[in-house]
Design a binder for this molecule. Structure first.
Ligand code: ZN
Ligand code: ZN
Length: 589
């Protein structure tokens, strides 16, 4: 029997509460959070149950932006829908603040009421299942901006554009700020956009550009068509004096058209800031599967990064010609899988959208800059979570079931990203790819919740994901593991090492189970041997046969898991100052 001493030239530094996160990493959340002030509720009726009675098939939005000085719109929206149950004699749509002049269907004018939030329309005759019908809503006014300053219709001297979520709005979906809709995460419809502008401005929306029509003078109508169904919060419009750079990328399924759109003076910087976009596409297709949208587009605006599919809105001030903000570029592209292709069923599962999009950006850095860059970002991200998430958000939070005021907070984005890394380790890279690609394929263009994600990953990989989801998604807090003692017994030329491992918790209600753990054994000549095994509950025991008598053993040395502690390994063999990414040590002889 031999007690292993944990100090022999190689120093393990656990980074604790007293250090400050040194990350200069900026995520799109920072642009959003700057606006976040207080919470208020203006909950509409846009709950999921409405989508159980009626399926919206298509929105055709005609919107006139020619009254540029007054910042008012004149619009109509044709909503084509089909009942899912019999005897539907009304349709409720969400529309925020705008003035409704009239509502019609093929038979003429319809009776309606509008209480500034909910537009209730009486249908002339009850409709039954498969009685596809349509209503057209005529409306105008100043389209609202969310109280946070993020969300709704933004209008500056150069740009008019919407951002599809409101950070204070309840629900957060904010399609209703500019067109009548079912404003939830579940309802999906195709879109036609007919956007009227003047003064040399043109319009960008989701999907495919069909062309322009001269309406008289310098007034033009720009037509767009979104063939893939999207929820209302992902529909978009931006009007400005735009120029577009066309590119192409050879993806798994063939050519992917790319459009980079900005004011003419900004397109060169935009191109230079996006030099690694192709690598981002390749990385995400490798991990998440074939890109499913008809193109990839980014459109510069004056504020906010928002993942409207095929027309991602991106702040002009970070497309500055450098690659300093390509984490945001990658995060938003990650949404083309996480959030846009498969969408959280409710805001309470926003980690599926935002946490996994943030983790996507880490995978992008791995693909372009290597594994060390990746793991350094993973560790920095997690260190930030360990330091601040429970302080900023009033306690340790389960990722699933996050309260409304923390929908776009640190748990969702950063602990969510940290759990993306853990998920990769629980499954291993190959099964992670298999599971996620199957998930994307099975749930594409629809919604998903955490339970469905757990069950589908389990089925697709053959790995029971119950423990992972119970421990890291459905409950708050963190686990960590220590070697209490070890026993070494010679076995021929090898050594049988028994490890006695204890589990400790931070902010978690129950001991974690079935955690894949790695132990790294060091010989006195610095040679290394690694083993993998499972740990569960308060005490775990594992036996490994290794080719030397170890002088040191470290658990989770490579940060394969984000646990209750973050750590850094400093390899110190000589006196002097030794520094890592996060810790420093002066060794004096
Ligand atoms: Zn639909
Ligand atoms: Zn995001």
């Amino acid at each position: 029997m031999k007690k292993i001493v944990f100090l022999c030239g190689l120093l393990l530094v656990f980074i604790g509460e007293s250090l400050t996160a040194q990350s200069s990493h900026v995520t799109c959340r920072h642009f959003k959070e700057n606006f976040h002030t207080t919470h208020f509720s203006e909950k509409t009726q846009a709950d999921i149950s409405r989508s159980d009675t009626i399926d919206i098939l298509n929105y055709a939005v005609t919107m006139d932006f020619t009254n540029w000085a007054a910042k008012t719109i004149t619009a109509n929206c044709n909503v084509r829908f089909t009942p899912k149950i019999n005897n539907i004699d009304y349709i409720d749509l969400d529309l925020e603040q705008l003035t409704v002049d009239s509502v019609t269907d093929d038979s003429g004018q319809l009776n309606f009421t509008h209480n500034d939030t909910l537009l209730h329309i009486d249908l002339p005759n009850p409709l039954n299942i498969n009685d596809t019908s349509n209503v057209t809503v005529y409306y105008r006014g100043i389209a609202p901006l969310d109280g946070s300053g993020f969300g709704g219709l933004h209008w500056t001297s150069n740009y008019a554009f919407n951002l599809g979520v409101g950070f204070l709005a309840d629900p957060h979906n904010f399609g209703r700020a500019w067109h009548p809709c079912f404003d939830n995460f579940v309802e999906r419809a195709t879109y036609d956009f007919m956007i009227i502008s003047s003064g040399g401005r043109n319009a960008h929306c989701n999907g495919q550009y069909l062309g322009e029509t001269i309406l008289g003078g310098d007034t033009l109508q720009h037509d767009w068509r979104m063939n893939d169904p999207i929820p209302s919060y992902l529909a978009c419009v931006a009007v400005a004096n735009y120029a577009t750079v066309q590119q192409n990328h050879n993806g798994i399924g063939g050519n992917i058209p790319i459009t980079l759109t900005g004011l003419p003076a900004d397109t060169t910087d935009l191109k230079n800031s996006f030099v690694n976009l192709g690598s981002a596409i390749d990385a995400f297709e490798f991990w998440f599967g074939e890109h499913q949208w008809e193109k990839i587009g980014y459109v510069l605006t004056s504020a906010g990064a928002m993942e409207h599919p095929t027309a991602i809105f991106y702040p002009d001030f970070i497309a500055n010609g450098s690659t300093a903000f390509e984490d945001i570029m990658a995060h938003e592209l990650g949404h083309h899988w996480w959030g846009d292709l498969i969408t959280c069923e409710t805001a309470e599962d926003m980690w599926i959208n935002e946490g996994m999009a943030e983790f996507s950006s880490h995978l992008f850095f791995e693909a372009v800059y290597g594994f060390d860059n990746y793991i350094n970002r993973v560790i920095n991200n997690h260190l930030d979570v360990l330091h601040y998430a429970h302080i900023e958000e009033d306690g340790y939070r389960a990722l699933s079931g996050i309260p409304h005021e923390f929908t776009y907070g640190k748990h969702v984005y950063n602990k969510g990203a940290a759990m993306g890394h853990n998920l990769r380790t629980y499954l291993g890279p190959e099964l992670y790819r298999t599971g996620v690609q199957s998930l994307m394929d099975n749930f594409k263009f629809s919604d998903i919740n955490s339970t469905e994600m757990r069950d589908h990953l389990t089925t697709a990989t053959g790995i029971d994901m119950t423990s992972f989801f119970n421990d890291w998604i459905f409950n708050p807090g963190f686990s960590d593991f220590d070697i209490d003692s070890s026993q070494v017994v010679p076995n021929g030329p090898d050594y049988d090492v028994t490890l006695y491992i204890s589990q400790k918790l931070r902010g978690a209600p129950a001991l974690h189970t079935n955690v894949p753990m790695t132990a790294t054994f060091y010989n006195d000549d610095w040679s290394v041997f690694e083993t993998e095994f499972m740990v569960s509950g308060a005490q775990s025991t594992t036996i490994a046969t290794i080719p030397f008598d170890p002088v040191m053993i470290i658990l989770n040395q490579n940060s394969d898991l984000n646990l209750a502690r973050s750590m850094e390994l400093l390899d110190i063999r000589t006196p002097g100052l030794h520094g890592g990414q996060r810790g420093k040590m002066q060794i004096i002889t």
